[in-house]
Design a binder for this molecule. Structure first.
Ligand code: 13P
Length: 226
């Protein structure tokens, strides 16, 4: 089981250090923390497994505001999220740029958590499988790539997918490619066990509930097979 914390644009260096001083990952679960770029170095110093939240596809060049795979490797960062729906929604990320980021990160030796997921509109129009087929179809196949299924309507809304909806989407993704699939979208201590107990769920990508040590620890504990 892999439990990843996506801190989005929360926690600068000081809060990152504070969290990691107090957080003890439970044995039996792989934990990845994804802080903001400015907090990566402080996080890496703690010896934990740290991923970035995004990565560019070139190793250097005139790309203002971007960070390259080699820069992350040099810092001791172990991987990166790519294609998060907030990147797609607010920053023009597409299936193609997501795939390019994933390929470059893998080529540099990084791990990748590639995010996919349908919007509410797409789900209601019965397009979930088409959307997932398209988003998953462009991604490289690699043993260091995992997919996070994050239905957009469940992110930050408190509306999580039911374990059955989650199982259906994960099984569909696994029918397309042999890959580990994390679930993301309003994962909380009180719903984590039910979601993680699905056979098709290989872990979670946690936003809001990963910002607090106690709630994130509780979610990590829910991932330990009993
Ligand atoms: P929430 O857990 O806050 O819904 O965010 C999910 C997410 O976007 C993780 O990448």
């Amino acid at each position: 089981m892999l439990i990843a914390a996506n801190w989005k644009m929360y926690k600068g260096r000081r809060e990152t250090r504070e969290f990691l001083e107090h957080f003890e990952p439970p044995a039996g679960v792989d934990v990845v923390i994804c802080p903001s770029f400015t907090s990566l170095a402080a996080a890496v110093e703690t010896g934990r497994t740290i991923y970035a939240q995004n990565v560019h596809w070139e190793n250097q060049g005139a790309y203002t505001g971007e960070v390259s795979p080699e820069m992350l490797v040099e810092l001791g960062v172990a991987g990166s999220i790519v294609g998060h729906s907030e990147r797609r929604q607010y920053f023009g990320e597409t299936d193609e740029t997501t795939a390019k980021r994933a390929e470059a990160a893998l080529a540099a030796g990084l791990g990748v958590i590639a995010c996919v997921g349908e919007t509410e509109e797409q789900r209601e129009a019965g397009e979930m499988e088409d959307v997932l087929r398209r988003q998953v179809g462009v991604l490289p196949r690699h043993d260091r790539l995992v997919i996070a299924y994050e239905p957009v309507w469940a992110i930050g809304t408190g509306k999580n997918a039911t374990p059955e909806m989650c199982h259906h989407a994960h099984s569909f993704i696994k029918s397309l490619t042999d890959v580990q699939v994390l679930y993301g979208g309003s994962v909380k201590p009180d719903n984590a066990a039910a979601l993680l107990s699905q056979s098709s769920v290989d872990g979670a990508l946690v936003g809001g509930a990963s910002l607090d040590v106690d709630s994130f620890t509780a979610i990590c504990r829910a991932a330990i097979p009993s």
